[in-house]
Design a protein around this ligand. Structure first.
Ligand SMILES: NC(=O)c1ccc[n+]([C@@H]2O[C@H](COP(=O)([O-])OP(=O)(O)OC[C@H]3O[C@@H](n4cnc5c(N)ncnc54)[C@H](OP(=O)(O)O)[C@@H]3O)[C@@H](O)[C@H]2O)c1
Length: 323
């Protein structure tokens, strides 16, 4: 049995969203994959008083080493009673790497995650599993939660396999299908920030003009996860940015933002996503409709023009220059 979790974090949440906070002692969130891109931000938001976080290869301060393939969760979590919910972020999140070694990626992304789910269920914890836009085939885009999944990537099939495993066993579980998460920090190596070195170098940037998705600002992803837990949402929700973009539109937006501060000598060479040397054919339009999530949580997420502005501001503050 899962029940609403009184969680210790208050930062970034409204009083209304925090209504489960009661006389009961607050319990921590167990972040599985706390050293990853989303996990680090989630851990930073909650702090050690609000969360316990695991890492595998990249140690984090105050974190617990956990290799989901070779270790058992009960052997590393010292006090399961202090945990209210488990947020599963761990896995190999590179679609191409997953396709290149199907056996290894299935072992990590499916078998070990199922084992983690079994342990959390045995402990009676609320489970939040992060799935992906790649459970869809990308033929039409604008997918809502009623659209039938049909992954064409191994990574998407692995996510869907876990979704189904969890949904069959735990009706109280929450599955958040995340869209592409981006940050406004130079050096983060997410979609927008990873263009900065190429822009600084100048010349031609090849960019897919066909691929579309619904990018989500990283801090908003964290807020969404916490709000969803606070409200004890169950079932499947799409956690995505406010509107879809084609990849090339985002590059154009970033360049336009930079050109406000000086000349930028970059030319975009449009191509198709599948013109890149990828192991598998990639879906074209995996944009998600976040309406169900927005209605349930009343979250308001920031748009990509704002993220581009913030990224350029941060890059300029670091004395980064396009020329
Ligand atoms: N970021 C996105 O744009 C995006 C989009 C859609 C869905 N999602 C989903 O959101 C979740 C978080 O994504 P993310 O971008 O934060 O992922 P990430 O940066 O790739 O982080 C992956 C995490 O998994 C851990 N991990 C890897 N191998 C492990 C193992 N054998 N045992 C235990 N932990 C292991 C990593 O630990 P170490 O680094 O310490 O090895 C890291 O903490 C994932 O489920 C992903 O599928 C993300």
């Amino acid at each position: 049995m899962t029940r609403p979790i009184p969680i210790t974090h208050r930062k970034g949440l409204s009083r209304k969203a925090g209504r489960h906070h009661s006389a009961k002692p607050a319990r921590k969130i167990l972040i599985l994959g706390g050293s990853g891109f989303v996990g680090r931000r989630l851990f930073a938001r909650l702090g050690p008083e609000g969360a316990v976080a695991t890492y595998n290869r990249n140690p984090i301060s105050g974190g617990i080493r956990f290799d989901a393939v070779s270790m058992r969760l009960p052997d590393v979590v010292p006090d399961p009673d202090s945990v209210g919910a488990g947020v599963i972020l761990l896995g190999d999140t590179s679609a191409d790497r997953c396709a290149r070694d199907l056996e290894r990626s299935h072992e990590l992304n499916v078998v070990s995650v199922q084992a983690v789910i079994d342990v959390l269920r045995g402990w009676g914890k609320k489970i939040l599993f992060t799935s992906s836009e790649y459970v869809f085939d990308g033929e039409r885009g604008g997918y809502d939660e009623l659209c039938p999944p049909g992954p064409i990537l191994a990574y998407g099939r692995q996510k869907l396999e876990v979704e189904r495993y969890l949904a069959e066993r735990d009706p109280g579980a929450l599955i958040l299908r995340l869209a592409r998460v981006v940050s406004a920090r130079p050096g983060d190596k997410t979609l927008l920030s990873s263009w900065l070195p190429a822009i600084a170098k100048g010349g031609v940037i090849r960019c897919a003009g066909d691929q579309a998705f619904s990018p989500l600002f990283a801090d908003d992803a964290v807020t969404g996860i916490l709000r969803a837990l606070d409200l004890d949402l169950r079932g499947i929700f799409h956690l995505a940015g406010p509107r879809p973009y084609r990849r090339i539109e985002l590059l154009e937006m970033l360049l336009a933002q930079m050109r406000k501060h000086g000349p930028v000598s970059v030319e975009i060479e449009p191509c198709g996503v599948n013109d890149f040397p990828l192991k598998e054919r990639h879906p074209i339009d995996v944009s998600l409709d976040p309406a169900k999530f927005i209605k349930a949580t009343r979250c308001r997420f920031r748009g990509m023009p704002w993220v581009c502005r913030e990224l350029v501001k941060a890059a300029r503050a670091q004395a980064w220059s396009p020329s």
